[in-house]
Design a protein around this ligand. Structure first.
Ligand SMILES: Nc1ncnc2c1ncn2[C@@H]1O[C@H](COP(=O)(O)OP(=O)(O)OP(=O)(O)O)[C@@H](O)[C@H]1O
Length: 294
């Protein structure tokens, strides 16, 4: 059966009664799927359901056509997962840590050393593989996180908010790495930062308030915001006031004032110029347009 992850009206309700995910239905195929949503949207909860760490309380998830609750091992054998709160053992080197995790994951020991080398090379840590993890930067630790997720050559790679805490350079490097890994895999990358996925995701799924608000290509999302984005220049001292009444997706200081991009139903002023939406504008429009529940 094809590499396909199908979600059928998936919901998850925490014990206290809070419904963190509700009625999510979509089918994902190989490539990078960007799962985008503000904090609290339900992304991490959904990632845990897809990784078989939590069972959906309603609906079902099919991996290659098989229900992942009934047959979790079919998915687990092909899954690589980098959770949001991934931690490393600081006293170990990257190589030691990966050898340890390979044993825990039950990889057959004869091939482990070579596979660890391959994974270290894929994430660009082969030169520093024998240094203690305690001395690694945040970005290097995240790359160790990806390396451990790759040990079993997964067909489904799930990474939850991997760029949190990384500096801009590490962020860019990490994005490139994920793009290289996509190939014949399905990579699900959850984030609340549009720029994490705009260069690499072939498909977007946008969540807010536990629900799926959009599923499709970045181009289709941008098309939805057509006619709702303007560029406008305000005096620097008026920016704070403008922010209280307008949705501003970006502001850039110029010699003659502050150039802002405004997203909304109406132009902010008669001298505002309509512009083509970019992904950041379109995401803001989707989350806040009239009729979108919180
Ligand atoms: N263990 C829990 N018990 C009850 N509610 C929870 C629990 N974990 C998360 N929630 C709630 O479920 C909702 C979704 O949380 P989730 O962590 O899945 O969102 P998220 O999109 O990943 O956001 P973040 O990036 O902040 O983690 C939030 O309202 C959160 O408060």
């Amino acid at each position: 059966m094809a590499l396909e992850l199908a979600l059928e009206s998936v919901g998850y309700r925490y014990r206290g009664g809070h419904e963190a995910v509700a009625g999510v239905g979509l089918t994902m195929a190989p490539g990078i799927v960007g799962l985008l949503g503000p904090n609290g949207a339900g992304k991490s909860t959904l990632m845990r359901v897809l990784s078989t760490l939590a069972k959906p309380t309603s609906g079902r998830v099919l991996w290659r056509g098989e229900d992942i609750v009934r047959r979790p091992d079919a998915l687990r054998g092909e899954l690589g997962y980098l959770p949001q709160d991934f931690g490393v053992y600081e006293a170990l080197s990257a190589r030691e840590f990966l050898v340890f995790l390979a044993a825990v994951k039950g990889l057959p020991s004869p091939g482990v050393a070579a596979r660890v080398d391959e994974c270290l090379e894929m994430v660009g840590l082969d030169d520093v593989a024998d240094r203690r993890l305690g001395g690694y930067s945040g970005g290097m630790r995240q790359r160790v996180g990806i390396a451990q997720a790759l040990l079993n050559d997964p067909k489904l790679l799930i990474v939850d908010e991997p760029t949190v805490g990384l500096d801009p350079e590490e962020r860019v490097r990490f994005r490139h790495l994920l793009a290289e890994l996509a190939g014949e895999r399905l990579v699900i990358l959850s984030t609340h930062i549009v720029s994490d996925i705009e260069a690499s995701a072939s498909t977007l799924a946008v969540m807010s308030g536990g629900r799926l608000r959009f599923h499709g290509t970045p181009e289709a999302l941008m098309a939805e915001a057509d006619g709702h984005v303007w560029q406008w220049t305000v005096a620097a001292e008026q920016l704070a006031e403008a922010r209280t009444r307008l949705r501003i997706s970006r502001a850039q200081r110029r010699a003659h004032g502050v150039e802002v991009r405004v997203v909304g139903e109406e132009p902010p002023a008669s001298d505002a110029v309509p512009v083509a939406p970019d992904l950041e504008d379109a995401y803001l429009w989707l989350l806040h347009r009239n009729g979108t529940p919180p």
